[in-house]
Design a protein around this ligand. Sequence first.
Ligand code: LLP
Length: 423
Amino acid sequence: MESIGNFHYRGGELYCEKVPVERMAEDAGTPLFVYSHAFIKDAVKEYKIAFRGTPLLLCYAVKANANIAILKLLESLGCGAEVISGGELYRARQAGVKPGKIVFDGPGKSPEEIRYALREGVLMFNVESEQELECIDALAGEMKVKARIALRVNPDVNPNTHPYIATGLKKDKFGIPIERALDYYKRAAAMSNLEVVGLHQHIGSQITRVGPYRDSVRKLVDLLERLRAEGLRLQYLDIGGGPGIRYDKERALTPERLAGALREVLESSGCRLIVEPGRSIVGNSGALITRLLYIKSNAVKNFYIVDAAMNDLIRPSLYQAHHHIAPVQLVPERDGTITVDVVGPICESGDYFAQDREMPVMEPRSLIAVMSAGAYGFTMASNYNARPRAAEVLVKGDEYHIIRRRETFRDLIKGEKIPEFLE
Ligand code: LLP
């Protein structure tokens, strides 16, 4: 690995920006998520530059990395937020994201969540079913407010990504079939407490080709024209998130490639564009730093057992995702390499970060970096096996700041209670 994002070697040591990773690991302990401030800033700038000339609202997908310091940073860069739950809305608001820049997505918004979002006054609800439309209309009526809505349509395109994160195929649970959209729009427009303002799609995640976007956005723009013919003019075209990043050998779908492919078709939309990127903003901003505990072998395998586990970063276990794994201190080449499974302490065979990976020969206690862990890392972490969740730090130049302290054992039982009859 030469460098990924703002992680690079200097004098044989891994740095994030200008801070040695080892120093942060000594200070904050391991496992530890480390994120680069400059990377996130640059990623947002890339979107802005790529789409210059197009009126754009970047609604950062909170689910990718929801730490309030990261959200605050994105807010300060002018981003809005894409949220999927009341909890994400709360996080975004705590970070100061203005309600008028927040879109509320997801197929299962509860009445409580809808009321909360109406109280806050979010920019729009991206609605996924007829019953949800009726529910939002009724709740807005009770609260005597108008709810701004868009319909999330399912354009039936294949994004060529892992099946768990493809969301715009006919068979998926998401959205409204595009061929029924016109009918749904008419119904929505007739509901008295709704203001129909947008059209939304999200076709999947870690998409590395522009074709699926070009195809789906073309379908959306056709639909906008048909709506216009029916007298319905929409203000927002929200094309969702999903641009893929480089984990291994894939070619990243950069904002520039995306904007280039969509320029022509977007020009005719006449709408303000919303994009909801998550991974492409934070994925390669971060790494998960872990310590090698033990090395062992059996008849067929060698294992590096590290102190991070699938509860910290589940992507390899869940999607067989590839993450680069690099030593924090470069090992002299003469020490050779070894083919290992890099595994965690959890009692499941699926608890691994890499299988049959060639790694330098390392000593126990060495530090290891699992790269590209800034997106869908901490947000998917759990307390499985009663493991306190990791700490997170944000690096800015030669400074670093702990933005989440490591959980304690006490945190693990917070909110639990032994009923009297057991005492
Ligand atoms: N908008 C909506 C409606 C979404 O569902 C998502 C992601 C995004 C935006 C942001 O997508 P991005 O730009 O980050 O690809 N846990 C999986 C990824 C799940 C993505 C879910 N939806 C992973 O680790 O690969």
